[in-house]
Design a protein around this ligand. Structure first.
Ligand code: FAD
Length: 412
């Protein structure tokens, strides 16, 4: 990694990425891998890198699809990431109090695993470690205060540096409700689900055997994803989506009350819930920015689209976007073209638009179907679950969606 102050003294960059979250760092690594010799700067508002992952009970988790697996393989990261993952061998979907059950197995999709669950802490740490091995400057505790768009790129004033710097391309990857996108006048329509996702790790007394559970309940759908064991004890990652009011009430419960409520809703397929880690609650919105590129500027990750976590697709989709963007601007640069031009960035938009729209449409519609307790919705859901359990092609399609087999080639 280049010393930051040296890098800032010669203040012209090819690419400045605002936001060193998992998506911003991944894009930087993809560009660093190209032979182009990109001059890249990452700006991050937080002061410290991701915490050390010498292991604790609580970290938040992400389900990685096979498209993400391929992208990490291309970055030579997969072997290390895989060590921290638990493979999903089966997805078990059920409706509390009703007969509909479906099981989608890796065999249905002819794959080794339907996905892999990893805690965000070790994943972040691996990304940061890889970043430290490449020629990319990173500036922490730094935000963009002023942006001027010029003919040859953008000029940026930072909150923590006296002089401005310039970049041919600005990537806005600073997350949901991006401040930087707002400064630039990009507006995103947010669909507020009026729900929150309660997230926590749950200690089990029974092995999960690689099964990811999705269970519809009166309080909202429960996802329990297989995690690596902690000190030899099995664990699962809980994502419990509830209407906002209900989530506030559930969050206020004592740990023991919370666990018994969860147990009564989920049942005993995973045995008795023994332990719960720190809980966190995330308000759920779906957003998709209509405008994602302008000359010299592109939005990426949650700044471009935020998804309901119901299908575990936000990070996976963002990585496919990043992979496509890196490939397109890399090809343009290698051909001696202006990689930050509207034409080149429009190529990226066109390449990813169908993938983004399909995932957003599905994840926007599913929460209402999952949350509904109306008799019609329950009957429809149960019929779908029962028919999926006997119809292999349907299960195959569902598995394909979960694994990120959408739209074009993830690595193209
Ligand atoms: C409960 C939950 C479960 C999820 N589960 C899954 C899953 O299983 N699979 C999946 O694919 N996705 C999942 N997601 C979605 C996934 O977490 C996000 O899509 C992904 O983290 C987005 O990454 P990002 O880098 O775009 O944004 P962020 O992770 O928000 O990173 C943005 C970065 O920008 C920095 N920043 C913010 N403002 C500024 C600024 N002004 N200047 C500089 N830096 C700034 C922030 O500090 C942060 O480091 C889940 C999301 C939630 C809420």
């Amino acid at each position: 990694m280049r010393p930051v102050d040296d890098a800032l003294r010669s203040a012209d960059y090819d690419v400045v990425i605002v936001g060193a979250g998992m998506v911003g760092i991944s894009l930087a690594l993809m560009l660093a891998q190209q032979a182009a010799g990109w001059r890249i700067l990452l700006l991050e508002a937080r002061c410290a890198a991701a915490s050390d992952s010498d292991g604790h009970f609580d970290a938040r988790s992400t389900a990685l699809s096979s498209s993400t697996q391929r992208i990490f393989q291309n970055l030579d990261l997969w072997q290390q990431v895989q060590r921290h993952t638990s493979a999903i061998q089966c997805i078990h979907v059920s409706d509390r109090g009703y007969p509909g059950i479906t099981r989608i197995t890796a065999a249905d999709a002819d794959v080794e695993a339907l996905g892999y669950v990893v805690e965000n802490d070790p994943l972040n740490e691996l990304l940061e470690r890889q970043l430290a091995c490449v020629n990319i400057a990173i500036r922490r505790s730094s935000q963009v205060s002023v942006i001027n768009v010029r003919a040859g790129g953008v000029e940026l004033g930072l909150t923590d540096v006296g002089h401005s710097l310039s970049s041919k391309l600005l990537i806005v990857a600073d997350g949901t409700n991006s401040k930087t996108a707002l400064k630039l006048g990009f507006y995103t329509d947010n669909h507020d689900h009026k729900q929150a996702a309660i997230v926590a790790n749950i200690g089990l007394d029974k092995a999960h055997n690689g099964v990811a559970y999705e269970r519809f309940t009166a309080l909202g759908p429960i996802a329990l994803l297989p995690l690596t064991a902690y000190r030899g004890r099995p664990r699962a990652a809980l994502v419990w989506s509830q209407p906002s009011d209900g989530a506030a009430t559930t969050m206020a419960l004592e740990d023991t009350q919370f666990l018994s409520t969860l147990q009564s809703q989920f049942g005993y397929r995973l045995g008795i819930f023994r332990k719960i880690g720190a809980r966190a609650s995330f308000p759920l919105i779906t957003s998709l920015a209509d405008e994602q590129v302008r000359r010299g500027i592109a939005l990426l990750g949650n700044a471009a689209h935020s998804l309901h976590p119901v299908a575990g697709q936000g990070f996976n989709l963002a990585l496919r976007d990043a992979s496509s963007l890196a490939a397109i601007i890399g090809r343009a640069r290698a051909a001696g073209l202006d990689f930050a031009s509207t034409e080149v960035l429009d190529q990226y938009r066109q390449a990813q638009s169908a993938d983004q729209r399909r995932v957003v449409a599905l994840t926007r519609g599913l929460p209402a179907i999952f949350a509904s307790r109306s008799p019609v919705a329950i009957a429809g859901r149960n019929a779908a679950l029962l028919s999926m359990d006997v119809m292999r092609p349907l299960r195959h399609r569902f598995a394909d969606f979960g694994m990120g087999h959408l739209g074009g080639h993830p690595d193209s």
